[in-house]
Design a protein around this ligand. Structure first.
Ligand code: GCU
Length: 617
């Protein structure tokens, strides 16, 4: 290797190292919610900071000088003497409060469109005990988070929909009085994931649960307990210990209802893998979402989970769940409660959305376009809904930026880590509607291969684009060769085609002999606005669009599922028609007041027929 090449390589590595912060993080605790927890949910004080005043130490003319600080909000400075107080132009404890988890846009009308930094502070009492470890855990902060404990920086994270975790064992105050400060910044960036342009609201802030998880010094950090790939008679997986003395430890796997109890021994790295016969397991399916109590224990540590066991695979143009062909009767869902527009605030909101999906006759949901909360995945397990889980590699990503790829891959890794024990999750999606091109193909192919390396037991797909030549619709995206499903978004009757009767003339030519799962189709309707089937924006137009779409799509021989766009109306800044939209995308089958539109019943009827056709085979 010539010196010039060596120099180039070193420069590239240095550049990558500079970009990496904020993506890779220590292995996230598996099933963190299953731990002994101190919840930090509730009222947090906050300070609006559009000019980054709290982050810029103007005396040192530098950003984020913590812990040497005395310049930024992260120090939470107080006057040293009431008589001669220094000039301190902020005070968290006297500032307004916001409810966490919760985006800021929906909590204060002044913040509906706000993009920038808001600082949050929460005090809590926790006296560390010897022999315990403590992890500060955020379900998500959109988009960039800088986190400080007791005035000292813990780290930063980029990515608005995956968990953030810090080991704070050695950072807790011995007095038990602690405070955490978070700088949340939802500013959009071209090199971010997602990039600056999306069709959803840029809800900012600490949008998911915050808590402190406690474990013993040596603890069960990670595990996967699933059926072996395509083998319903075998249980396979691993348990990973962390902390001192993790090697050579006994770990017990107990699934009492299945008569499974196995003691394993960890290797020098604290890992124990297993492959066990499992003849008596009742397999998980949407019709029978059987979950088992799984208990893992090692020394003083024990963690309980509820896990379903099933296989998923494709054979030609069929999708086989537990070896049987299925039709995926789905619907797309954003992580938003339409009735109080904002990110879902917890299990109640999420159960409402999934109950509507069940009422529609679904056995499947596409959790678009980013990782949804872990509670949503657990509800899908419990309620019997298959899940397509996705990372926000959406539209025109900065394909040639190494840091952008690192970010996308880190979000995919964190999504897989969070969802790998959920029977409901059957598809990892690496993106949505990404315009074909060489750099994009390289980026997406790498993500597909990363997904398979992380978890080869599930299907991998993406919502592809297509192109049209008059009535001929061609699905030949080169990325399709890498995927298990051929999935694409098509808007016949809304964005393309003038009359709904045109739909029946479209002919789909699909390059791949794989199951076809339509990832999006649909059209807007303002609930309560009525006209005839040619009146755009009326419920009757949307109703006729669905009727024609279903007829058109039934002509695709490999059709094995769909997730029409979308269950409910949702906030979107791009949608500003003053009569029909008012900042909402109205493609929902349910309105933002919970009203079912006429098209809801068209799809419900179709799914009733598909269920009869497939479930009595
Ligand atoms: C696209 C995109 C969605 C968007 C939808 C629409 O396909 O994937 O995120 O909301 O179309 O235009 O309504």
């Amino acid at each position: 290797m010539t010196n010039r090449t060596l120099l180039r390589l070193l420069m590239a590595l240095l550049l990558l190292a500079l970009y990496l912060p904020g993506y890779a993080q220590p292995t996230l605790l598996q099933n963190a919610p299953g731990r002994r927890l101190l919840s930090l949910n509730g009222s947090w004080n906050y300070i609006l900071d559009p000019y980054e005043t709290g982050f810029y130490d103007y005396r040192r003319m530098a950003f984020d000088q913590s812990p040497s600080g005395k310049g930024g909000y992260y120090d939470n400075q107080k006057p040293s003497s009431p008589k001669e107080p220094e000039l301190i132009e902020y005070d968290f404890d006297k500032s307004a409060v916001m409810q966490i988890p919760g985006d800021w846009n929906s909590q204060d009308p002044k913040l509906l469109y706000y993009e920038g930094t808001i600082w949050f502070k929460k005090s809590f009492s926790l006296k560390p005990q010897a022999g315990k470890r403590y992890f500060l855990y955020f379900g998500a902060v959109n988009y960039e988070a800088h986190v400080y404990l007791n005035g000292k920086k813990l780290g930063m994270h980029r990515g608005g929909f995956t968990p953030i975790q810090f080991d704070i064992t050695d950072r807790l105050s011995t007095t038990g009085d602690n405070f955490v400060i978070v700088k949340a910044d939802n500013t959009r960036h071209a090199e971010a994931v997602p990039t600056i342009n999306t069709d959803w609201w840029n809800y900012g802030g600490i949008t998911r649960d915050v808590y402190i998880a406690e474990t013993p010094a040596t603890y069960i950090a990670d595990y996967q307990v699933q059926l072996a790939k395509n083998d319903p008679g075998k249980l396979a997986g691993y348990v990973q210990l962390s902390g001192e003395g993790k090697g050579g430890q006994a770990v017990t796997l107990n699934i009492a209802e299945a008569g499974i109890r196995q003691t394993l021994k960890t290797d020098a790295n604290g890992r124990a893998t297993f492959s066990l016969p499992a003849k008596k397991l009742q397999l998980w399916s949407p019709q029978s979402p059987r979950l088992y109590a799984v208990r893992l224990s090692s020394g003083p540590d024990a963690v309980q989970d509820r896990i379903g066991f099933r296989t998923i695979q494709t054979r030609g143009q069929d999708i086989l769940l537990n070896g049987k062909p299925i039709f995926m009767r789905g619907i797309s869902i954003h992580d938003e409660n339409p009735l109080i527009p904002g990110r879902t605030r917890g299990e109640g909101d999420q159960r409402m959305l999934l109950t509507w999906a069940k009422e529609l006759g679904c056995n499947y949901v596409r959790l678009a376009h980013y990782p949804h909360p872990e509670t949503m995945m657990r509800l899908a397990d419990e309620m019997g809904l298959l899940v397509w889980a996705e990372v926000p590699v959406y539209w025109t990503i900065a394909w040639e930026n190494p840091a952008t790829y690192q970010n996308a891959e880190a979000q995919l890794s964190d999504l897989v880590n969070m969802g790998k024990n959920r029977a409901s999750i059957v598809v990892w999606s690496v993106g949505n509607e990404t315009p074909p091109g060489d750099a994009r193909l390289k980026f997406m192919t790498s993500l597909v291969r990363k997904a398979r390396a992380l978890d080869d037991t599930r299907l991998v797909s993406a919502a592809l684009e297509l192109h049209r030549d008059g009535p001929n619709v061609l699905v030949d995206d080169a990325l399709g060769a890498e995927l298990d499903l051929t999935s694409f978004n098509e808007y016949a009757g809304w964005y393309w085609g003038d009359k709904l009767s045109d739909l029946l003339n479209y002919k789909f030519t699909i390059k791949y002999n794989k199951p076809v799962v339509i990832s999006e189709f649909g059209g807007d309707a303002l609930a309560g606005y009525h006209g005839d089937a040619d009146t755009r924006w009326s419920e009757e137009y949307q109703e006729a669009l669905y009727q024609n779409q279903l007829k058109m799509l039934s002509g695709i021989s490999g059709l094995r599922g769909m997730t029409p766009w979308i269950l409910t109306d949702f906030r979107a800044t791009r949608r500003q028609h003053p009569v029909y939209q008012n900042g909402f995308n109205r493609k929902g089958l349910i309105s933002s007041t919970g009203q079912k539109k006429k098209a809801f019943f068209v799809l419900q009827d179709y799914y009733r027929q598909m269920a009869q056709k497939y479930e009595h085979r």
